[in-house]
Design a protein around this ligand. Structure first.
Ligand SMILES: CC(C)(COP(=O)(O)OP(=O)(O)OC[C@H]1O[C@@H](n2cnc3c(N)ncnc32)[C@H](O)[C@@H]1OP(=O)(O)O)[C@@H](O)C(=O)NCCC(=O)NCCS
Length: 169
């Protein structure tokens, strides 16, 4: 389940910024304390980037991550997702958040296409994108992931294909 961020979510989101494993995978700056990371999140929630729809991912009512739909092109957004802290990984939360992100984008936002990219070395993320039924469209930039150079794999899904996938046989 997804819901919009509210001011009091800053503490939860900031708490993931002291988890070295999470920060290394997500590309976040590791903070020395939760309090140190709170101001950034308060600001990000109070004054969001107008091109970004960021939603909190919930499991049993508790925050477990966030989903992003980003971009300025009409009817098109980039999907991003993360699950925090790292102790929450490998329980299907990332897949559930990404599935919910697609549903939100195609229904609530009325998008016609959603794309995404993940570094090849980010195995969990690539697995999720493939599982969503997104079409692999090519390669993006090269970036460092956990100390090694890796290439972005890019994915895309049209609303028509998403709808067709959901229709019962
Ligand atoms: C990527 C991320 C969202 C995965 O979250 P998660 O809750 O572990 O996801 P799931 O439990 O749904 O796992 C998805 C699949 O990836 C696998 N997986 C997850 N992390 C993995 C890892 N580090 N190495 C290998 N496989 C991994 C899982 O085993 C699962 O595969 P399976 O169901 O076939 O066994 C999480 O690791 C994260 O937030 N990473 C940092 C941010 C990020 O990379 N976001 C994606 C950018 S688009």
């Amino acid at each position: 389940m997804l819901r919009p961020l509210v001011a009091s979510d800053a503490e939860t989101l900031a708490s993931w910024a002291i988890d070295p494993v999470f920060c290394a995978h997500a590309g976040w700056t590791l903070h020395p304390s939760v309090d140190d990371a709170i101001p950034w999140w308060r600001q990000a929630i109070a004054e969001p980037d107008p091109l970004l729809t960021r939603l909190l991912a919930l499991h049993d009512g508790e925050p477990v991550g966030h989903v992003d739909l980003y971009g300025g092109e009409e009817g098109v957004r980039e999907l991003g997702f993360l699950i925090g802290p790292s102790g929450q990984w490998h329980r299907g939360r990332g897949t559930a958040a990404a599935v919910a992100g697609l549903e939100y984008g195609f229904t609530e936002l009325g998008l016609s296409r959603i794309w995404a990219e993940a570094l090849e070395a980010n195995v969990g993320s690539v697995r999720i994108l493939r599982r969503l039924g997104m079409r692999e469209t090519g390669f993006g930039a090269v970036e460092e992931f956990l100390g090694a150079s890796s290439t972005y794999l890019q994915f895309s899904l049209s609303r028509d294909d998403w709808m067709a996938d959901r229709r019962p046989e």
